[in-house]
Design a protein around this ligand. Sequence first.
Ligand code: ASP
Ligand code: MG
Length: 407
Amino acid sequence: MALLVQKFGGTSVGTVERIEAVGDKIKGFRDKGDDIVVVVSAMSGETNRLIGLANDITDEPTPREMDVLVSTGEQVTIALLSMALNKRGCPARSYTGGQVRITTDDTHTKARILDIDEDKMRSDIEQGRVIVVAGFQGVDEKGNITTLGRGGSDTTAVALAAALKADECQIYTDVDGVYTTDPRVVESAQRLEQITFEEMIEMASLGSKVLQIRSVEFAGKYSVPLRVLSSFKEGPGTLISIDNEGGMEQPLVSGIAFNRDEAKLTLVGVPDIPGIASKILKPVSDQNIELDMIVQNVGVDNCTDFTFTVHRNDYKKALAILEQVCADLGAKQVVGDDTIAKVSIVGVGMRSHAGVATTMFDALSQEGINIQMISTSEIKISVVIDEKYMELAVRTLHTAFDLDKSE
Ligand code: ASP
Ligand code: MG
């Protein structure tokens, strides 16, 4: 018997039939004696539909009214699911974010949770009720409805689990777990039994399709065990937790992440003097362009090359800024490339092992893949390569680090 917070995403509650199926599932847990707090998203497509309505009226809807509007999607699903549960003889009560008192700051459309009043939920639980809470929403201190940003129901679920000290926060979705890499790229990708919060955050480019990454950070901060599972098919899913408790030997690399969203810019022949990095990057960050990797070379003849990556959408803007910087600093030239991809190996196991980088670079070189940039953190090594070799690189590394499913 446990206290579980279970979150069902948009596809899981996408139709009345699916809502009834979720009702059956929850009833099954209740029959086993578990206490359940449910968090639901809006029916799939509903939030987008609502945003579309707003945009039919104005390009710049007031954020406050936007939140009043988009929060209605979840209000529909909490009521329908509670009806489905009550019909099954499983007493349930729906609550909006404001009603359970999820208090947030007043940053409409991307509010942060400040406090949750768990007393009300506890008393319902003690009376044997399932609590069905609207995800993605809260109220600010003045009582205005706020929302937590797209995909925010995951964060609601984690926050409730943290407040109630639940045994587990279970995220039911349309995939059956977190994989070693995207199975569409590597057929032999495997579902991970377990992964750490840190690894999951580093795997963001894969994981964000499964979970809102902010919710993983939140779960890590409050040590809420988080499990991703399928709504449609039975199975243990993937447990995201503090460390790998399996007792099995920790793999060196847990997964391979990749993304094609970046572009690279190099300022060639900049004077190698103090303050140069900030002179180059300040105009870029002043335009709110986020940087990912930054590499500066060893200076030769009092000159150096300076390379960084930005989101591909910001490429043209960053290029124009850098041309100006180049002229101002008397640098040689600007070189840019927006046909790159970043491929990363992620694993807490690499902390205590030497030679992981060598294995990675070796494997890539055997396929003739040129590495353009390298960056490392304690549990991740990323390389920038030509976009056209991305899938080959991911497959090669998946095999090199023994991640292929054995069959
Ligand atoms: N309904 C909201 C969205 O579509 C929140 C969520 O689904 O988590 O972003
Ligand atoms: Mg979602």
